[in-house]
Design a protein. Structure first.
Length: 94
């Protein structure tokens, strides 16, 4: 599913998947993706820092939330599919 994404995007999603597996979750949630963004050194981290202000506090709050049993939600998958559709509508191949 990620083959059309940029290397950085694939790295974020791979990290999110690793975080989910480490927590015993069978799916990637939006929280896993956000944790991966917060731990990256790319534009995603910079954007999150600018919008959230206290990214360390946000990261810790997300970890506490993700430590609880999770129900599968369509948010992360829907966001990824929406990104693919948006890229296609803009004529982008990645």
């Amino acid at each position: 599913m990620y083959e059309r994404f940029t290397d950085r995007s694939r790295d974020i999603l791979t990290t999110a998947n690793s975080k989910a597996k480490a927590l015993g979750h069978e799916f990637i949630s939006a929280g896993h993706v956000l944790i991966a963004l917060l731990e990256s050194n790319g534009i995603g981290r910079a954007m999150t820092d600018k919008l959230a202000g206290d990214s360390d506090g946000l990261r810790e709050e997300l970890r506490r939330h993700l430590d609880k049993p999770q129900k599968e939600t369509p948010t992360a998958k829907a966001a990824i599919l929406a990104a693919i559709e948006q890229a296609a509508s803009l004529g982008q191949n990645y």
